[in-house]
Write a protein that binds this ligand. Structure first.
Ligand code: PBG
Length: 324
């Protein structure tokens, strides 16, 4: 007797059948959400320079991205828009003639079974590129922005969104958007809230894709400091208390710890967003030959599931769904 139990971990790892049977976390097509950029015009499918492999799509050509994704098993889509015009208050965000609203109406009718999520933010629509309107002192005006966001969420719900995803990070946004939706009879429209959205360098390529880089300053006044995990959890807790239906954590890879801490605190469903910078980083490492494409993509996204996320939002959704 050695005193040690006769444990050999290999007994449960070596047999590939048993290994597959015992997989604790799985990544499947149903877990994936594909973000899509819609632009004005007709017949447009134009490559986004900062995100090779990702395109701007005009509404009429959306079937070319949705159908292959949906055939591969992707069920949900998140929409960002490039508007026809921008102004200080981002009024094109709640204009029903703009790309996101037209896309939602078109897709809701054409594909009744897919799930439509609208990103609700002002930064793509304001001339200064901040996520809200400015007060005279040049800072983002939290409470005035809540009104604009509510109008935006409402117009997205009217156009056909199943869920709205406020990503502006103003305080009180979930409560404000919930009230606005309920008052207008959209109580069935859910709120997928960017509960933990860090001030991150990894949004760089997106800002070029969405034309939403701030014209001055940065977003550190309203996005969360990566050095402060407790503050991040506290901020996310507010979204839970205000009635968010689903929480988003981003950028996913750098926030796995946050996802797993949130997982222990709430039973709400949660999504991790593998953002533009992670997309570019992975592609760069893969195309240099340093990483195996399939193994790296699956491992990266599976890690987000392992951290406790139910869903993974990713520009790789169609490709991953085909691999899985
Ligand atoms: C809008 C928004 C951003 C992203 C999602 N919603 C950009 C930002 O906050 O600057 C980033 C997504 C990505 O990088 O893929 N506020």
């Amino acid at each position: 007797m050695s005193g040690f139990p006769k444990i050999r971990m290999r007994r449960i790892r070596e047999n590939s059948t048993l290994r597959a049977m015992l997989a604790e976390v799985a990544l499947e097509p149903r877990h994936l959400v594909l973000p899509i950029f819609v632009c004005p015009g007709e017949g447009v499918s134009s490559p986004i320079a900062s995100m090779p492999g990702v395109f701007h799509w005009s509404v009429d050509r959306l079937p070319e991205i949705i159908e292959p994704a949906s055939d591969a098993g992707v069920k949900a889509y998140l929409f960002f828009g490039l508007p026809d015009y921008k102004d200080a208050n981002g009024t094109s965000a709640f204009d029903s003639s703009q790309p996101v609203q037209r896309a939602l109406a078109f897709l809701r009718e054409k594909y009744p079974d897919i799930f439509l999520i609208a990103d609700t933010c002002m930064c793509e629509y304001t001339s200064h590129g901040h996520c809200g309107c400015l007060s005279p002192n040049g800072r983002v005006d939290n409470d005035e922005t809540l009104k604009l966001l509510s109008m935006t969420a409402l117009s997205q719900a009217k156009a056909g969104a199943h869920m709205v995803a406020p990503s502006d990070m103003m305080d009180g946004r979930v409560d404000a958007v919930r009230d606005a939706l309920d008052k207008e009879g959209f109580s069935e429209v859910g709120i997928m809230s960017y509960a933990a959205k860090l001030a991150s360098a990894f949004y760089g390529p997106f800002r070029e894709a969405a034309g939403s880089a701030p014209g001055f300053g940065d977003r550190r006044g309203y996005q969360l400091p990566p050095s402060n995990p407790r503050e991040i959890i506290r901020d996310a807790t507010l979204d839970i208390e205000e009635g968010a239906d689903l929480l988003i954590v981003k950028p996913a890879g750098p926030c796995l710890d946050i996802a797993s801490r949130l997982r222990e605190r709430t039973d709400l469903p949660m999504a991790g967003y593998v953002v533009s910078g992670e997309y570019v980083m992975l592609n760069a490492a893969i195309s240099s030959g340093a990483l195996d494409r399939e193994r790296a993509l699956i491992e990266y996204h599976l890690s987000v599931r392992r951290a406790g996320c139910d869903l993974v939002m990713t520009y790789f959704a169609t490709e991953l769904a085909r691999m899985l």
